[in-house]
Ligand binder design. Structure first.
Ligand code: FCB
Length: 616
């Protein structure tokens, strides 16, 4: 009895306690303290691409030749519609006819990119029959976008394809990939000179899990082995399209990538080994196996007891000019001792829920950006958004997710742009029209579009000026932003109090060697030379305590005044807080910025001295 008890305890410790402790320490639950975070304190580079995203079947309307048309018009075993409320996409948001109006909406937002998909079934409704009008439609759309200074970004497959393709087995069969390659070539030849960014396939893992595992997307199958095959074929289709388009005229001038959705799977109960086991399996099959395949050309699609599919294709290596990341949230997994249903997904009451069955999780966005960055190619966030009928959560969502994105940029990830999902409300696949993802609300009776109040934070950030290549947020010719500074003597001064003088602000810090190199020159060439001629030089020390700054001044043997800058808030008015010190801002007697330097470059420095001289 005693022996059995000890055996049980030992086994329990080995297969439960130790693994759970290990897994918890390797995968800590990331939770930021939002009460302490200032989500306004962010800037994006001026070169950052801002856009919105849609997909053909969800917005265009008039699709009667694709797999979704079949699905919307079919019933399950209980004679129930496949779509929430029995809805059909129908004319959707009538984007097919209203794209010009929709481009004005984009202009109103201030975005400069638009990601949309090409509806294969409109271009090739029957195998081999090309609808030239449909091709021209997309050409017109691209031209209209370009006219509005909006860069078109095309997706070649976004969940929908022609019925004839579905009927021959779609991506279930390797030999069907050639049809998709052919279609891609056709579109590419038409649009390559108008479209600089191409997404081959949208979210292979979602297409596969919903269509071949959960059975809620067409073709509604629940077959893990087939799911593994379809994923393999989709990834190989991406590779073939990539290689093929790259060889066509114009191929070397465009960027071609794949769009990967990341949903993290996390244990509902962090102490429960089963929750960990299933989370790990799901993360591997949904995300890590694909990333590994794209990186190494080798990987395994594995679901224990169901499927082991080895993927291999050396052409995968180097088949991405960029990776598109679609991120929404995470899922909490509860493992069970039930072979029919070994795990289920659950929401946690404490989380801020969206209308979809997942919560807000901006920390996960930051994590997903790091995960996807392991591919070592530029990243575009090709989708991110929230379903929120109430419009109460939307502004919080936008601020926090953009903050998370900004943190990832600060971590130096190569993120080139962000596309909000979606421009306007649309047909949310199996969820029908219930989900409201739009920055614009659409009245599906009148087709009227109205900007949601909760979309404002997105517009604010898009319109907020970014930093220039040197990290400056201000420009020559502008009035310098006002602030109050405290000198190390304790005296407080507003910048605006100094009108009538020429002011030179030197941003510095005691740990900065370039600043130290520059300071004696400033002392000699500016302070000693012009302090009696109406010039004031102030060293603004970035975020260091008073004692440090006093010691710094003593070390440097300079005599011009130094001021404190707690949290780099003064610095942040002039430059992105993420950028470095050693900068001088010269402000004329009227408060206007007239010269900006970065680092201590001899020529620029001498030019600045000349400038100061000319202002006296
Ligand atoms: C993504 C799809 C997109 C949209 C959003 C909400 O998985 O790519 O079409 O449905 O989810």
């Amino acid at each position: 009895m005693k022996y059995l008890f000890y055996t049980f305890i030992t086994v329990f410790i080995l297969v439960w306690v130790i693994p759970v402790i290990y897994l918890s320490s390797q995968n800590p639950e990331i939770q930021w303290n939002w009460d302490e975070i200032n989500t306004n304190d962010i800037h994006f580079p001026n070169s950052f691409a801002w856009g919105t995203a849609t997909a053909a079947h969800q917005v265009e309307g008039y699709n009667a030749h694709n797999n979704w048309y079949l699905w919307e018009n079919s019933f399950d075993n209980n004679n129930k519609s496949r779509i929430h409320n029995g809805e059909k996409s129908g004319i959707a948001a009538d984007h097919w006819n209203r794209y010009n109006e929709d481009i004005s909406l984009m202009e109103e937002l201030g975005v400069n990119h638009y990601r949309f998909s090409i509806e294969w079934s409109k271009i090739e409704p029957e195998k081999g029959t090309i609808n030239i009008e449909a091709l021209n439609h997309y050409k017109d759309l691209c031209n209209a976008l370009i006219e509005a200074d909006i860069t078109p970004v095309v997706t070649l497959h976004h969940f929908s394809h022609p019925i004839w393709f579905e009927k021959i087995g779609a991506f279930e069969k390797k030999e069907n990939i050639q049809h998709f390659v052919k279609f891609s070539e056709l579109v590419f030849n038409e649009l390559y000179d108008l479209v600089p960014i191409w997404c081959t396939i949208n979210e292979p893992s979602v297409f596969v899990s919903q269509g071949y595992f959960n059975g809620v997307f067409p073709p509604g199958k629940k077959d893990p082995v087939l799911a593994g095959k379809v994923l393999e074929n989709l990834l190989n289709a991406h590779i073939q399209v990539y290689r093929h388009l790259k060889d066509l005229p114009g191929g070397d001038l465009v960027q071609i990538g794949l769009v990967k959705n990341i949903f993290q799977f996390e244990p509902l109960r962090r102490w429960h080994i089963l929750d960990w086991v299933f989370s790990n399996i799901l993360n591997n099959v949904f995300t890590h196996s694909t990333i590994k395949f794209l990186k190494t050309g080798k990987s395994t699609f594995y679901l224990p007891g169901m499927v082991t599919n080895d993927l291999e294709n050396q052409d995968a290596i180097g088949s991405l000019d960029f990776i598109g990341l679609n991120y929404y949230s995470r899922m909490h997994v509860e493992g069970r001792l039930d072979l029919n249903e070994p795990f289920i997904f659950k929401t946690r009451p404490k989380d801020l829920q969206t209308d979809m069955d997942y919560a807000l999780y901006p920390e996960g966005f930051h994590k997903a950006l790091h995960t996807i960055s392991s591919l070592n190619v530029p990243i575009y966030v090709t989708e991110n958004g929230v379903a929120d009928r109430s419009d109460n959560i939307r502004p919080i969502f936008i601020k926090r997710y953009l903050y998370a994105l900004n943190q990832a940029l600060k971590d130096r990830l190569d993120i080139r742009g962000y596309f909000y999902w979606s421009l306007m409300d649309n047909f949310e696949w199996a969820e029908g029209y219930k989900m409201k993802f739009g920055l614009y609300e659409v009245n599906f009776k009148t087709q009227e579009r109205v900007l949601r109040k909760g979309s404002k934070p997105f517009i604010d950030i898009v319109k907020k000026r970014g930093a220039d290549e040197r990290g400056y947020l201000v420009n020559i010719g502008e009035i310098a932003p006002d602030f109050t500074m405290e000198y190390i003597s304790g005296e407080k001064v507003n910048l605006s109090d100094l009108r009538g003088k020429v002011v030179v602000l030197q941003f510095t810090a005691s740990w900065c060697s370039v600043c130290r190199e520059e300071m004696p020159h400033l002392e000699k060439d500016v302070w000693q030379k012009y302090k009696d001629e109406g010039v004031i030089l102030i060293g603004i020390d970035r975020d260091e305590p008073l004692e440090t700054v006093i010691k710094f001044q003593n070390d440097m043997k300079t005599t011009y005044p130094l001021a404190l800058d707690p949290n780099a808030n003064i610095f942040g008015l002039f430059a992105d807080k993420n950028s470095g010190v050693t900068r001088n801002v010269v402000i004329d007697k009227n408060g206007k910025i007239v010269f900006l330097t970065r680092l201590f470059e001899k020529e620029e420095y001498l030019e600045m001295i000349e400038k100061i001289k000319s202002l006296i």
